[in-house]
Write a new protein. Sequence first.
Length: 558
Amino acid sequence: MGDVEAIRILKMMGRQPDDPLTPEVAAEVCERSNRDVLLTGAIAQIGTVYLLTLQATDCRSSKKLASTQAKARSKDEVLGAIDTIAARIRSQLGEAAASIQRYDRPIDEATTPSLEALKDFSQGEYLRSQGKSEVEILPYYQRAVLLDPQFAMAYGAIGVTFYNANENSLASLYLRKAFDLRHRVGAKESLIIEAHYYSEGLGDIEQGIETYKLWAAMYPFDPVPWLDMANDYNQIGQYRAAIDAGERALRLDPDHATTYAVLMRAYRRQNRIADAKSIGMQAIQRGKDASSIHAMLYEIAHWEQDAEAEARELAWGERNPGDFYFLYDRAEAALFSGKFKEAKRLFGESHDAAAREGLSEAADSVLSDFAAYQLEFGMDSDARATLHRIAKPDPEATDIAILRTKLGDDAYGKQFLDRQQIKENLPTLLKSYNLPLLSAALAMGQARPMDAVTALEAARAYELSGFGVLKARGEAYLVAKEPKAAAPEFQKIVDHYGIDVISPEIPLAHLGLARAYTRAGDAADSRDEYEKFFTLWKNADADVPVLVTARAEYTATH
């Protein structure tokens, strides 16, 4: 290890570069720098003779591996004696040096004076790289900040973990704590903290991407900024860019489970289903058995009606119970097929799993999403009842504001919109996706469909980050009696199925197309789209209101 690296690690330990390098301090430097063997030496003068000793110790176990001594009869012979003992120690180690067990839990580089805190932080990072769940990872980061309350990187890791678990309020709190402590760390750590704070803490995805680009430029062999860039591009619907960044991250580090998951998601959203399946299977073959990867393989199997693959992934889910995300996927897949009763049960299980894991925001999100689907399926009173099950609704939750507005509570939606519009630096997707949706919902409630279309123009740049804007625009055009303008919006959902291959919005988009073609006088295409909808819902619960209405429409017009 060079002097520069040793000085850098001493600074991370909270020590000065000129502090004495005692055996204890040297051992910690050795462990922090991921070395296998610590060499310690001493020169003692005994009369006119100099006694030189050199010892090799396993950095991990502190077990002595080899030792040797040599004498020098004068100062002039000391350098020659050093060469002698160096050759002896190499000979004693021999091939054994290569067989010393390497760290299976590498210690990461992060500024903290507590080696124990650093070990917990590193264990959390290792588990993340293996695709373990947020609930499994979180305790290690939390213990790290208990051991060192000034551990900036650990606070940042807690924030990112909460963000991945859909606990956005807690994520922002911890990412802000890391941001406030960034003056205590080095340049690279500060850059990492800032990037996550902008992207996940503030929701300023564009600023986050720019910071990740700077990080990647300064540290070109670090895969993490490319991985995080890919994740951000996925969120804003720029899937080609997400694929480019994800592939770059994978080339730099083919051993991180999250990279496979993020790249798999980018492929799928770009409709590259075969590539998504391939990268998912590669991850599993490398032992990266992440829930998110199995969930996506399940989604694809359901989309492709591959019963064998679907059963295989369901079996994995049964062997790994309790994951709310996988249960949520199964619920959404049931809704894709119109199986409302099955979906209701699975949404309930997903909610309960999230609640058991202490993920209250995620649990509430499951309820609000289910309520939104109930409304889309024509179950208005059921949607209201589901919303009332949320014990402490977040007053800043946009999805709840949109849903309440659609259910007729215009005052709530207007107050929410007014509060957001006076704020500065709104999160990217709140400003340019969700608030336009809310404005459109308010306009539709006041029978102003073309004003809704106008409001949705603000979301044009990010409209492919989900199906919501496309559906809202199509429905507004239908109400405005502009069916020829409505059809292309529903067609975009069908064409970009990879965004969410199990979303109920896909079969409902066929229904939207059928209605648009009917009103445009195109009977053949209308019949075709109705039949596509009925095919997708061939096993649907017969009493789902939207299906009952669709059958009545079809009978009346065909």
